[in-house]
Design a protein around this ligand. Structure first.
Ligand SMILES: C[S@@+](CC[C@H](N)C(=O)[O-])C[C@H]1O[C@@H](n2cnc3c(N)ncnc32)[C@H](O)[C@@H]1O
Ligand SMILES: [Zn+2]
Length: 293
């Protein structure tokens, strides 16, 4: 059997019939910048990239680059939650919620339809999770995914071997890319609950080329206020229902903390030519606009 060395796999050699999805970090490194000092990164080995200016090194584990190793605040709670066993159980409720609107694919399309044709383009998916949007993305689109969950990104890599994906554990608030790197970006299901939604939205806009699309969707922040327990003032019961029945665990506190979030001022600060559309039967929103330069 012929063997070839494949950078970024963590192994010294692999079969020449290696799957198409193996990330070539020695070429992909040119798309990255240091999150500490913003200098370009360089390829050091199959296990690490390094900063060309400061001494920072970034590990590659199971084909996924790690630019943030330790999270704080809500991002730390979310990282534990999405790396853990409760999140796959919550998907059941998501499935139930999408059912009356024609299923998951249609619900995702209410967001993705705001992106232009993606063939042959560079696309960034912020908070990519386990890549549930990938089936709606063409195989000839170069997709970069950022998420705080190592477990979910590794699952994306396994589940979508035919797609061209480059995956990074990091935060929406501190993206490891130079300005104007991507043709377009999107993010589905994270903005309301990141540590700093305003900073995250500005970062998403920063890394998109002028004229490219920034598409960001989530549930309406005050969705939990529609629960009967909330209307009856039974806050402890409401929290219990979210944590236990909906399998949100400690994320229920993060969700309840952010019900007052106002999206519009954040959008006005980051984007031009923007509009906020109502989606998912008025239970969600999608921001579609262009980066402010
Ligand atoms: C509700 S899931 C949505 C996943 C995926 N976008 C989808 O459509 O199925 C939220 C995702 O946001 C990620 N996330 C939460 N906070 C984040 C942050 N500050 N930066 C990047 N990703 C974050 C979580 O790890 C999780 O994968
Ligand atoms: Zn640096």
């Amino acid at each position: 059997m012929i063997t070839v060395s494949i950078p970024g796999t963590g192994s010294k050699s692999a079969s020449s019939t290696a799957p198409a999805h193996v990330t070539k970090w020695d070429t992909q490194v040119s798309m990255l910048r240091c999150v500490e000092c913003h200098a370009p990164l360089q390829y050091k080995s199959a296990e690490a990239l390094g900063c060309t200016s400061c001494s920072h090194t970034y590990a590659i584990k199971n084909q996924v680059l790690h630019v943030t190793e330790k999270f704080e605040g809500n991002n730390a709670i979310a990282a534990d939650y999405y790396n853990g066993s409760l999140w796959p159980k919550f998907r059941f409720w998501e499935w139930i919620a999408h059912m009356p609107r024609g299923g998951e694919r249609k619900a995702r399309n209410e967001v993705l339809r705001h992106l232009p044709s993606l063939s042959g383009t560079k696309l960034l998916d912020v908070a990519m999770g386990d890549g549930r949007n990938m089936p709606q993305i063409p195989l000839d689109c170069q997709v970069w995914g950022v998420d705080i969950s190592r477990v979910l990104l590794e699952k994306t890599k396994r589940d979508f071997p035919q797609h061209d994906t480059t995956l990074v554990v990091g935060e929406a608030e501190q993206l490891p890319f130079p300005d104007a790197t991507f043709d377009n970006m999107f993010s589905l299901g994270a903005l309301n609950h990141v540590n700093d939604p305003g900073r995250a939205l500005k970062e998403m806009a920063r890394v998109v080329k002028p004229g490219g699309m920034v598409v960001v969707a989530d549930e309406i922040p005050d969705l939990p206020n529609r629960q009967i327990a909330h209307k009856l003032g039974l806050r402890k019961l409401q929290r219990w229902i979210l944590a236990k029945m909906f399998f949100l665990g400690p994320m229920s506190d993060v969700i309840l903390e952010n019900t007052d979030l106002k999206i519009e001022p954040l959008v006005a600060d980051a984007l031009v030519d923007w509009k906020i559309h109502s989606i998912w039967g008025n239970l969600g929103y999608v921001i579609a606009g262009k980066p402010k330069k």
